[in-house]
Design a binder for this molecule. Structure first.
Ligand SMILES: Cc1ncc(COP(=O)(O)O)c(C=O)c1O
Length: 394
């Protein structure tokens, strides 16, 4: 036996998938997050990005990032506890706390890290975590790290969650954790009932606002604003890599909690801080979110437009009022074929197959941006219709 045996086996499978034109990962596109991108010199309408507000391309955001490089250099080369804290890091955390309406924020080098570190550090061996079955992998990773007893409840099923909470020792410390917007299906957690159950069964409630920040709520503040429940979530985490146009993650909570994470989470203590231009990007992006609230409305109207047009063309679409619009296509192979043909026709969209979704329920995951024009979306629908008819999806 050799440790690399598994890698070689995987490589055989990988090469076979590539040979059959069924490989759609890591397609190099430029730029990665614009409404229209290019691949090998060909233009593609980009319906795969999480750059919901289009801020990666905003002149003020780019200028802030460039200015921070001039002033602070490209990297921090140290953990936040040692040499990795600049005034920009402090300003970014303050701005995030203000935006999310929480007492304090601690940041991490990725959204994944924020979720995994927060769940994994807050909960311990004798505690219980209740986690939605469709929660993001970073939460699952945190559950494993915590060594807490993890109880998975059926997706957004409050009766199942309550039955599981009932069966748990009353005196145990408990955390209920959920995505705010679920990343593949695009649906929204049932925050009012999660709060009710958390109160009834004495649990802390944590929401992952990765896809909700900049998206949900009148001013894009996230899931709590969507439900008019600001201040009612105990721990809010999220990413800086989607609406906030950078990379990294955050956790917002009472200061005692964020300080506990800052000085105890291994991912914070033993890892370099975010590069200063990232902090500058996030500060600028938050400023624009507040000075140009019409971007959030524009995102919503684009999502409504695309959903309406795709439905009119006959696609089976799940629309939960978010910019994530999964189109049901059937089996995995159909999803690969559709993604391949769409690319040939000038549209970039991601196939999502088993095990990310149940067998036979593959989707093309479409995500829309505030900066798509109606003309681009209309053209994309034309191409979807052409491919959909060809593959008998519509
Ligand atoms: C729901 C959810 N949480 C967390 C993350 C991790 O964020 P990041 O990609 O910034 O590490 C993602 C990323 O796709 C996500 O969809």
């Amino acid at each position: 036996m050799d440790l690399f045996d598994e890698c070689r086996q995987f490589d055989l499978a990988l090469q076979s998938v590539k040979a059959r034109n069924r490989f759609f990962y890591s397609r190099a596109i430029s730029p990665a997050a614009a409404p229209v991108t290019t691949r090998d010199g060909r233009e593609l309408i980009n319906l795969g990005s999480n750059n919901y507000l289009g801020l990666t391309e905003h002149p003020k955001v780019k200028a802030a990032s460039a200015a921070a490089i001039e002033e602070y250099g490209t990297g921090s080369a140290g953990s936040r506890l040692l040499t990795g804290t600049t005034p920009l890091h402090l300003e970014m955390e303050k701005a995030l706390a203000g935006f999310k309406g929480v007492e304090a924020v601690v940041t991490f080098s990725a959204g994944f890290t924020a979720l995994s570190a927060t769940v994994g550090t807050l909960a311990g061996e004798n505690d219980f975590i209740f986690s939605d079955e469709l929660n993001h992998a970073s939460i699952i990773d945190g559950c494993l790290r915590s060594r807490a007893k993890t109880v998975v409840y059926c997706h957004n099923d409050m009766a199942d969650l309550e039955a599981k909470l009932k069966a748990t020792p009353a005196q145990a410390a408990k955390l209920v954790v959920t995505d705010g917007v679920f990343s593949m299906e695009g649906d929204i957690c049932d925050l009012p009932n999660l709060r009710r159950l958390a109160d009834t069964y004495n649990c802390r409630l944590m929401v992952d606002d990765a896809h909700a920040t900049g998206v949900l709520g009148r001013t894009g503040r996230g899931t709590a604003e969507h439900y008019d429940m600001e201040g009612k979530v105990d721990v809010t985490s999220g990413t800086l890599s989607k609406s906030l146009a950078a990379v990294g993650g955050f956790t917002g909570a009472p200061r005692v909690v964020t300080d506990f994470l800052r000085y105890n989470a291994r991912q914070s203590v033993f890892s370099a801080s975010l590069p200063p231009p990232v902090a500058a990007t996030v500060i600028a992006a938050l400023g624009i979110l507040q000075s140009e609230p019409e971007r959030v409305e524009r995102l919503r109207s684009n999502a409504r437009f695309l959903s309406r047009e795709l439905k009119a063309a006959g696609f089976a679409l799940h629309d939960h009022g978010t910019p994530i619009l999964p189109i049901a296509v059937g089996g995995d192979d159909r999803a690969y074929q559709a993604a391949g043909r769409l690319e040939q026709e000038g549209v970039f969209a991601n196939p999502v197959v088993f095990p990310a979704v149940p067998t036979g329920q593959a989707i093309i995951r479409v995500s829309v941006m505030a900066t798509h024009t109606e003309d681009q979306l209309r053209r994309a629908v034309e191409k979807f219709t052409l491919v959909g008819k060809e593959l008998r999806i519509v």
